[in-house]
Every structure is written in C-alpha cells, then in structure tokens.
Design a binder for this molecule. Sequence first.
Ligand code: ADP
Length: 248
Amino acid sequence: MEPIIQIKNVTKTFIGKDNQVEALKGISLDINKGDIYGIIGMSGAGKSTLVRCLNYLEKPTTGTVVVEDQDLSTLTEAELRKVRTGIAMIFQHFNLLMQRSVLDNVCFPMEIVGVKKQAARKRAMELLEIVGLKEKADAYPSQLSGGQKQRVAIARALANTPKILLCDEATSALDPTTTKEILKLLQDINKQYGITIVIITHEMAFAKDISHRVIFMEGGVIVEEGTPDELFSSENARVREFIGKVSA
Ligand code: ADP
C-alpha cells in the first residue's frame, strides 16, 4: 500500500497564558492512498488537532507531515495553499456562505483558484448531482436541512478534485438517519473517485462499517490502529473500555 500522508513523531503543544496543553504527544502514522480512516476517542483526545495538522491548519510543534512526498514544513505559504487545494475539509457546522446560493457556494473554491465562471457553474451542477441536490442549486443554505447543508459542503469540498478529504465531526450535528446517509455518500465518493478520507466520528457502528482502518486516540497518542475487526476485538483495556462505553 502506498502512503499518501506520512506523519512522523508529530507533537503539538498549545501554549496559553498560564498553562500549556500537549494535545499531540508523538504521533507516527502512514495513511494509505484510497482508504477511509476513522478516528475515534474521547473528547480532548487530540483527534481534531491531528486532523488539522494534516493540512497545516495547525502547524505541529515538532515532527513532520509529508503529503505526496512533500514535507509541509518546507513549503512557503503560497506552496501550502496549493497543496491545500488537494486536501479538502468538511466541518460539523458546515461553514457555508449564508449569503450565497447553493450553486455559488459550490463555485466558491473554484473562483478562488481562477476557474472561469461558466466552467465552474457546469462543474458545480455536476457535483450537486453527485450529492443528490441538483434541484436545490438556487436555494440558500437557510432553506436547507442539516443533511442537505452537509451535502452542499461535500460538493464544495470536491470542487477542486481533492485527493484527500478531512472530515472533522462532519456528522455530529445530524440525526442518526441523516448521519447514515452522509456516511454512505462519503463511502460512495471514496469508492468512485478513490479519494482518501480521514473522518473523526462518534458513531462507532458507522466507523466500523465504512472505515478501512480505525485509529483510537487517547491523551494525545494513538493507542491502537488497525482494521475495524482488529480494533473491535482488541485486547487493549483502554480500547475495550472506550468501545464498551460508547456502544452501551
Ligand atoms: P478532540 O478532537 O479529540 O476532542 P482536540 O484536538 O480538539 O481533541 O483537543 C486536544 C486538546 O488540545 C484538548 O485539551 C484541547 O483543549 C486542546 N486544544 C485544542 N485546540 C486548542 C487551542 N487552539 N488552544 C489551546 N488548546 C487547544
């Protein structure tokens, strides 16, 4: 398996006024191309910080993140912006532009990289079709349900044909049925386009269903990483306790 992201000895310390938090304490991990990685763990484990280090929204304190053979620490801001067009991200609260229509939201990242308006609109319509929202192209985000908003965010994330999609609690604001639908959509996108997906999730059953590999984090370290079957039959007491707790 070919790694698309290589994380080596990454630490991240947040320094506050009168305290410091070691959010990541030495993470090393290869993320294979085309796989879905589910990251699980209690709140505060460092999941979000780790995911944000993968596109340098957070810069690691020490260690390296290599994406497709490029060490992100060696890049200029301009080079980093270019790499980031290949690493899309979706969020818990969707982060849509409320003053823009659905179509214009999806066009937005293409505008930024200079795609011509007509070409952008054509691609945006194709993407809306993929996420099942073509008929909502002229609607505004406030007129959509949570699940529909996340579909728009997914269409927008795919606009510049990323190789990697990072999902930070992308389903945490959604009900179980909608969560299932969104995870199914992400799975379809992974299958169809071979996009590598890293997804932080609290939905253990779904993490198990859609992930090729699962990472359990606690206290800023990876306690265990493996296939869903390996994780869910782990002998590690911490993993067992976590899985028992959340599936109880
Ligand atoms: P998770 O995603 O697993 O809930 P996070 O990565 O959000 O965990 O947070 C890990 C730790 O780092 C927590 O103790 C959190 O309070 C701290 N932290 C995260 N971001 C910041 C920040 N910008 N400044 C200070 N502390 C932070």
